[in-house]
Design a protein around this ligand. Structure first.
Ligand code: TXA
Ligand code: MG
Length: 342
């Protein structure tokens, strides 16, 4: 398939390119586009055939539901059935932004979008290109992250081109994603509401609005997954990722020992700890003083390791406050093994 690439400068959005991409969406095509979290692979959420193209391009299991991207709360009202008051309150505080709310769906939303579930996830992205595209298409846009299924999410236009060129109708390349981790997914169809995926909006922030909000993403990996996306291995780089958790010196000691056995492995670390490792293949995700920098670099780092062809990746534990949960959730999902040193 021929893939058209639209390079769009986020500082000066070219409205002609947006119009062309919107018309591709309106005629049932697929367009990868930037959001503030990660890139999404979009198609008309009301068109079964278009939705099928998303699953095919990504190689995604068809029972894993997609998020509907809309430009306003008013649009959510068109596609969601009963909307609890808390949805409006959350939207007031966090939308547009990195929050996806699960609500009952109206019959107009096809089962193909929700993997047959009676509920659907809704998100209002704040990224201006995403916003312009949704408005110009005048459609709800169903979009999973724009990566091949099982690979790290894409946080740069070049990642999307690596994964999806030749498989989709168009790719908007607008450089790096601001947040670099996917949205927080919260289920508002249950009482109290449950967080199904930690993300750009933290547990602490949600707890300020919903004091009894629960986490449904931690816990026994053998229990049945609540969110269909939780049962698949995710974000995996080519080589095995091993997380080492302990004090700074114990972590460095353990990783340096592992490197003696496996000198062509890589190390994923931070600015503060980089000098402690005896390896040629070190990547710092950023400063521990700047958690959002670390969060925004995680997927990029996993993809860089893939390019350098390391035999394994040894990774520090990032205890970085509010974003720790979201960052470590992605790394644990990508990992083969976790070593905890007392
Ligand atoms: O930041 C994001 O959320 C990005 C950008 C593109 O918006 N999108 C994204 O989509 O990460 P995806 O498909 O990679 O992840 C969506 C997650 C999956 O784990 C899916 O199972 C869950 O949301 N999900 C979607 N609809 C659901 C529903 N009705 N019930 C439970 N989980 C749902
Ligand atoms: Mg994804």
């Amino acid at each position: 398939m021929r893939t058209r690439i639209f390079k769009i400068n986020p500082e000066n959005i070219d409205s002609e390119s947006i119009k062309e991409c919107a018309s591709i969406l309106r005629s049932g095509g697929t367009v990868a586009f930037p959001t503030e979290t990660v890139y999404g692979l979009g198609a008309n959420a009301l068109d079964d055939k278009a939705i099928e193209k998303i699953f095919k391009a990504k190689g995604r299991p068809s029972d894993n539901p997609l998020i509907l991207h809309v430009h306003s709360f008013h649009e959510i009202e068109k596609y969601a059935g009963s909307i609890p008051g808390i949805a409006r309150t959350l939207a007031h505080f966090f939308c547009p932004g990195p929050l996806s709310m699960i609500l009952e769906k109206k019959p107009v939303v096809p089962d193909s979008v929700t993997g047959g579930l009676p509920t659907a996830a809704f998100r209002i992205p704040s990224n201006e290109i995403a916003h312009a595209l949704i408005e110009a298409s005048a459609l709800p846009i169903a979009a999973p992250s724009a990566n091949l299924s099982g690979k790290p999410s894409t946080t740069d236009g070049s990642h999307v081109i690596d994964d999806l060129y030749g498989k989709v109708d168009a790719i908007i390349d607008a450089g790096r994603s601001e947040i670099g981790l996917e949205s927080t997914v919260i289920d508002l169809t249950v009482t109290p509401p449950e967080i199904l995926r930690p993300g750009g909006i933290s547990f602490r922030e949600l707890k300020m609005i919903i004091p009894d909000v629960r986490k449904a993403f931690a816990g026994d990996i053998n229990t049945a997954p609540k969110s269909p996306g939780m049962k698949y291995r995710h974000y995996s780089p080519e080589s095995p990722l091993i997380i080492v958790r302990g004090s700074v010196s114990a972590t460095a000691g353990m990783i340096n020992d592992l490197l003696i056995e496996n000198p062509s492995a890589g190390v994923l670390c931070s600015d503060e700890t980089m000098s402690l490792y005896n390896s040629e293949n070190k990547i710092s995700a950023g400063s521990r003083e700047n958690p959002s920098e670390i969060a925004s670099n995680i997927f990029n780092a996993l993809r860089l390791f893939d390019k350098t062809g390391v035999t394994a990746i040894y990774c520090e534990y990032f205890d970085i406050g509010d974003l720790e949960e979201a960052v470590m959730n992605r790394l644990v999902k990508a990992s083969e093994n976790i070593v905890v040193i007392d």
